[in-house]
Design a protein around this ligand. Structure first.
Ligand code: ADP
Length: 193
């Protein structure tokens, strides 16, 4: 299995690059943001609880997202690898993911971390809000809250993987194709079967 974490703050391009990467490498895309939005669309109790938290720009409780990822891993027993997008977002989630993968005799091969300036992030998210239908993208206050959550709770996840030498920082500004090429190069170097 080849397991990849695409990491970076909100608006850093994880969704855009994930789509291209799963097509190229045949990985199963696991986005906790997408999974939560499906729960919201289906009006499940979990979705209703998550919506209130997401609309404030805060993180959904660890046990909720860990449970979703655990189910998704079990639901895809033949996947040749996973691309984790928007997960793990806390130290506890990173630890839980390692434990879940270990049960499957697998691990994270690499974390590719997209680096984008805060000014550019806010600009991109407000622009996405014009068309995405995502309520958390339309209000600059909520966008700033998400970036603050990222600095306070999520940035340390990179430290967790750095101790295992698994983190590569990728410049996340420039053309989509250039960023995709830089990500692909790192994967190709590590994914030699
Ligand atoms: P973005 O990266 O653009 O902020 P996402 O779609 O990844 O968007 O996530 C949207 C929201 O969903 C987050 O602001 C958060 O409230 C919630 N969320 C997504 N993934 C997680 C996670 N791993 N842990 C906690 N909350 C999460």
């Amino acid at each position: 299995m080849f397991n990849l974490i695409l990491f970076g703050p909100p608006g850093s391009g994880k969704g855009t690059q994930s789509e291209k990467l799963i097509a190229k490498y045949g990985l199963k895309h696991l986005s906790t943001g997408d999974l939560l939005r499906s729960e919201i669309a289906a009006k499940t109790p979990l979705g209703l609880e998550a919506k209130n938290i997401m609309d404030k720009g805060q993180l959904v409780p660890d046990e909720v997202v860990i449970g979703m990822i655990s189910s998704a891993l079990d639901a895809n027993p033949t996947a040749k690898g996973f691309l984790f997008d928007g997960f793990p977002r806390t130290g506890a989630q990173a630890q839980a993911l390692d434990n879940l993968l270990e049960l499957k005799e697998a691990s994270i091969n690499v974390m590719l971390a997209l680096d984008v300036s805060e000014k550019e992030l806010v600009k991109r998210l407000l622009k996405r809000g014009e068309t995405s239908g995502r309520s958390d993208d339309t209000n600059e206050h909520v966008i700033r809250a998400r970036i603050t959550e990222y600095h306070n709770k999520t940035a340390i996840v990179a430290e967790y993987y750095r101790q295992f030498n698994k983190v590569v920082l990728i410049k996340g500004e420039g053309s989509v194709d250039d960023i995709f090429a830089a990500l692909s190069k790192e994967i190709d170097e590590r994914n030699k079967e």
